[in-house]
Design a binder for this molecule. Structure first.
Ligand code: GLA
Length: 728
C-alpha cells in the first residue's frame, strides 16, 4: 500500500517508488502540507515542522496555544476568508453576499486504483494495483460546502495525480469564483521558476527566472491552453541541470484557461498554486450539485530536468494516451498543406500520394480546402460537405483510390469553428460565441462555435461522423485556429455567462470522447495553428499533436526540445518540408530536416514530385532508417544531452531495451571552435555497445565518461548513430 495514515500523529504519507508526499492534520481541523520530495520514512510531529514566526501582529490566529500564525500555515487547500492572506485555492460567494469560507478536515478514505474524472481527461490505471488513491474531505460547516481532495500515488512511476471535487451539500447556491486543483509548498525560495513560453510557430521555449518574494505567474485567458504558456511549471534548484538537482514538475491536464502561480511570503516559504485560471471564471453550484476541477500531475526529481521529463514521458505515453494507437507504431504520413495550400484537385493529390507511396509513405492526409467552397481561409468552416469542384467524385472516391494504392487516407477538420460565409452561419447565426449587440471579432476570418450548447456539440459530432462513415478514412487532423474573444453564449443565463470558458472545454471534451470512442480505428492528431493547445488534456483524446506550423529544422530543434520537457516524442508530429522553408526562409539540407523529424512522428509536408532522383533516394533511406529507430525513439528514455537554448549544438539520446539512438545537430557553424564532445547517459557501465555503421565497439563507461566527438565546423550538420548492446 503506497498510502498510509498514521493516526497517532495524524499524518498522511503517499509514497511512489522514490518520492513521498506528506500532509498532517493540525489542531484537529487544518489539513497542512508538510513535505514533498525524496522518499522518507517517518515525519516528526506536525507542530515541529511549522514555519512558526513570532510576528503575529496584524495576522489574526485562532490557534493561540501553539502560537502558529494562520497566515504562515502551509494550508493544503487554502480558502478565502480566514486569516490566510495569500492567494487561495478556493474562493466562493454565498447567497448572503459573504465570500468567507472556513474549510476544516472532516475525514478520509483510501481506495485501490484510480477513478476517472467526470467529464475531464486524466491519467488512468489499467489494474487496481497500479496505484492507490487517498480522498480527503474538508467541510465548511456553516454552508454545507464539501471539498474532496483526491491524491493518486502511482506504484511504479514517481508521479502524484491530484484533483478536487466541490460538493454543495447545503441548501443555498454557491457561486464559485476560484477552484484550483493543487496547492503545495516549498519551504524556501532558492528555486528557479521554469516555464514554457511561446507564440505561433515558436512554441514552448524554455524560460527560467529566480523565484522572488510576492507573486509570479504564467497562464492563459484565451479559453485555450495556448501557444503562449503551456499549463506546466517546474520549480528547480538554481543549480539544477539536466542530470542533477531537485526539480518539481506541475503539469495540468486541461486545455482551457489555466494558471501556474508561486507566492513567496515574508518568511520565504513558497506556495505553488495550479489550476483553472480564476480570471473570467465563475460557476454557480446549486444544492446537491458537484464541480470537478481538472487533474494536476506532480513529479519530483532529484536528478534534474531530465528525470522529471522521463517520468512525464512514461506516464503520459502509457497512462494518459489511450486507444489502439497508444502502443502500436503509427503510419509515416504525407500532408498536402504546404505542397498545395488551397489549390488542389483529385489529380494533384493522387500524384502526391503515388510518389509518396513509392518511397514508403503509408498515409496520405488531405488538409484544409476540401469542403464547402473553400479556396481561401475566408469561408465554409462548418459546412463539412465535399467541394465537388475540386473533388468531383467526392472524398469517398479519393479515399478509395488511395486505399487501392495500398495507402491509408486521412482528412483535416476544424470542427469547432464557423465562417460567417457558410451555410451553417446563415442558418444559425447565434451558434457562435458572441455577446448580443457587440461586434463579433473574427480571427483568420472565422468565429468559434459555442460548445457550451448541446445542440452545437451534437451538430459537430453528426457532421464529422457522416464524413468519417462515408469513406475509408483512417486519420483525422483536428485543427483549432483562433482564440476566443467576446465571450458570451446565447443559451446561458446571465448568472452563468462566466461559466462559458470552462463549459466550452467540457463541451469539447465531450465531443472528442464521443467521436474517438465511435471511431477507435481512426488515428486522431491534434493541431491548433501547429502546437497551440498541445497540452496533457488533449493527449487523452489524440495520441499525437502537430507540434508546430514551423517546420524549419533549426527552429524545430528549439520547439521539440522545449516540448520534450513534458511531452513524449511519440506525441510530437514532425514533418519534413520544402526549402527555402515557408516560415523562416531558411534552406537546410534534406538530411538534417529528416534527422530532426525522426525525433517525433515522421511525416512529409511537401510534394515529393518536386525532388531530384538523388533526393528521392535520400527520402527512401530516411523512411527505412526511421522505421528502424522509431520504437527506440518513441518508447525509450530520452536524455537531452545538449540544448539548443545553450549553444550552437543539440544532442538527444533515446535508450530502449538493447538499443540506443543518438542524434547530434550542429545548428550554426563557427570557425576554430574545436569539436563538440557529447557524453551519453543512462547506459550500462560494463556493457559493450556496437555502433551500427562503423561497427566500432565502446563500453558504456567510455560513452558516458569520455564521450564522442562531433564536427561543429559545418553548418546544419546532423548525425544519427545507433548503438546495440553486445549481448554475451
Ligand atoms: C493550421 C494548421 C496547418 C494547416 C492549416 C490549414 O494553420 O496548423 O497545419 O492545417 O491550419 O488551414
Amino acid at each position: 500500500m503506497s498510502i498510509i495514515y498514521d493516526s497517532n500523529d495524524s499524518v498522511f504519507y503517499l509514497h511512489t517508488p522514490k518520492t513521498s508526499y506528506v500532509m498532517g492534520i493540525y489542531c484537529e481541523k487544518y489539513l497542512l502540507h508538510l513535505y514533498y520530495g525524496k522518499k522518507i520514512d517517518k515525519f516528526p510531529k506536525v507542530s515541529e515542522h511549522l514555519p512558526v514566526a513570532e510576528q503575529l501582529a496584524f495576522s489574526p490566529t485562532d490557534i493561540d496555544k501553539t502560537g502558529a500564525c494562520t497566515n504562515l500555515l502551509p494550508m493544503e487547500y487554502p480558502c478565502y476568508g480566514s486569516a490566510d492572506f495569500r492567494t487561495p485555492a478556493f474562493h466562493a460567494e454565498y447567497e448572503n453576499g459573504s465570500a468567507v469560507t472556513k474549510l476544516e478536515y472532516s475525514g478520509y478514505e483510501i481506495i485501490k486504483g484510480k477513478k476517472p474524472l467526470c467529464g475531464l481527461p486524466a491519467t488512468y490505471v489499467e489494474a487496481s494495483d497500479e496505484a492507490d488513491t487517498l480522498l480527503i474531505t474538508l467541510c465548511d460547516k456553516l454552508t454545507g460546502l464539501e471539498i474532496v481532495l483526491s491524491y493518486t500515488a502511482f506504484n511504479t512511476i514517481d508521479a502524484i495525480a491530484k484533483s478536487v471535487t466541490v460538493k454543495n451539500k447545503g441548501k443555498e447556491k454557491i457561486n464559485i469564483k476560484s477552484v484550483l486543483s493543487s496547492t503545495t509548498y516549498l519551504f524556501d525560495k532558492d528555486y528557479d521558476f521554469v516555464h514554457l513560453e511561446g507564440a505561433w510557430a515558436r512554441e514552448r521555449n524554455i524560460q527560467k527566472r529566480p523565484l522572488m518574494n510576492g507573486i509570479m505567474a504564467v497562464g492563459s485567458k484565451r479559453v485555450s491552453s495556448s501557444h503562449n504558456h503551456s499549463p506546466f511549471l517546474a520549480l528547480a534548484r538554481t543549480y539544477a541541470t539536466e542530470s542533477q538537482g531537485d526539480v518539481y514538475g506541475f503539469s495540468l491536464v486541461y486545455s482551457g484557461n489555466h494558471i501556474e502561480q508561486t507566492e513567496v511570503n515574508s518568511v520565504d516559504v513558497t506556495r505553488v498554486n495550479i489550476g483553472i485560471n480564476p480570471f473570467g471564471f465563475n460557476w454557480l453550484l446549486e444544492p446537491l450539485e458537484e464541480f470537478q476541477a481538472p487533474e494536476v500531475v506532480l513529479t519530483y526529481s532529484d536528478e534534474g530536468f531530465g528525470k522529471m521529463s522521463r517520468i512525464y514521458h512514461k506516464l503520459y505515453r502509457t497512462r494518459l494516451v489511450r486507444g489502439r494507437y497508444r502502443d502500436i507504431e503509427r503510419p509515416v504520413l504525407i500532408n498536402n498543406w504546404e505542397a498545395t495550400y488551397f489549390d488542389f484537385n483529385e489529380e494533384k493529390i493522387l500524384n502526391i500520394a503515388k510518389k509518396a507511396k513509392s518511397v514508403g509513405v503509408e498515409l496520405m492526409v488531405l488538409d484544409d480546402g476540401w469542403f464547402g467552397k473553400r479556396n481561401s481561409d475566408n469561408c465554409s468552416l462548418g459546412d463539412w460537405v465535399v467541394d465537388r469542384n475540386k473533388l468531383p467524385d467526392g472524398t469517398e472516391s479519393l479515399a478509395q483510390k488511395i486505399t487501392d494504392m495500398g495507402m491509408k487516407f486521412g482528412l483535416w477538420f476544424e470542427p469547432e469553428m464557423i465562417s460567417e460565409d457558410s451555410e451553417l452561419y446563415r442558418h444559425h447565426p447565434d451558434w457562435c460565441i458572441h455577446v448580443e449587440g457587440r461586434p463579433r471579432t473574427p480571427s483568420r476570418n472565422q468565429l468559434v462555435l459555442d460548445l457550451s450548447r448541446q445542440e452545437v456539440c451534437d451538430y459537430i459530432v453528426e457532421a464529422v461522423t457522416s464524413v468519417l462513415k462515408s469513406a475509408p478514412i483512417s486519420y483525422v487532423k483536428w485543427d483549432y485556429n483562433r482564440n476566443i474573444s467576446e465571450i458570451g453564449s446565447a443559451s446561458l443565463s446571465c448568472q452563468r455567462q462566466q461559466e462559458l470558458p470552462h463549459r466550452y472545454i467540457l463541451g469539447l471534451y465531450n465531443v472528442l470522447e464521443r467521436l474517438t470512442s465511435a471511431f477507435p480505428e481512426i488515428l486522431f492528431e491534434g493541431c491548433s495553428g501547429g502546437g497551440g493547445r498541445f497540452d496533457a488534456g488533449m493527449l487523452y483524446y489524440y495520441p499525437q499533436y502537430w507540434t508546430s506550423d514551423n517546420t524549419d529544422a533549426i527552429e524545430r530543434l528549439y520547439i521539440q526540445h522545449g516540448t520534450s520537457m513534458v511531452m513524449p516524442s511519440s506525441t510530437m508530429g514532425a514533418h519534413i518540408s520544402a526549402v527555402p522553408n515557408h516560415q523562416v526562409g531558411r534552406t537546410t539540407p534534406l538530411k538534417m530536416r529528416g534527422d530532426v523529424a525522426m525525433a517525433g512522428q515522421l511525416g512529409y509536408e511537401l510534394d515529393l514530385n518536386t525532388l531530384t532522383d538523388e533526393e528521392i533516394e535520400t527520402v527512401r533511406q530516411q523512411i527505412i532508417l526511421y522505421k528502424e529507430i522509431r520504437e527506440t525513439v518513441h518508447k525509450g528514455d530520452m536524455y537531452r544531452l545538449k540544448s539548443p537554448f545553450d549553444g550552437m549544438n543539440t544532442a538527444w539520446e533515446y535508450a530502449y531495451k538493447n538499443t540506443v539512438v543518438l542524434m547530434y545537430f550542429t545548428m550554426f557553424a563557427r570557425c576554430q571552435m574545436g569539436k563538440v564532445c557529447v557524453k551519453l547517459c543512462g547506459l550500462d557501465e560494463n556493457t559493450q555497445y556496437i555502433e551500427k555503421n562503423s561497427r566500432r565497439k565502446y563500453s558504456g563507461n567510455y560513452l558516458m565518461n569520455v564521450g564522442l566527438y562531433f564536427d561543429s565546423s559545418k553548418e546544419f550538420h546532423s548525425e544519427i548513430l545507433i548503438f546495440d548492446k553486445v549481448l554475451s
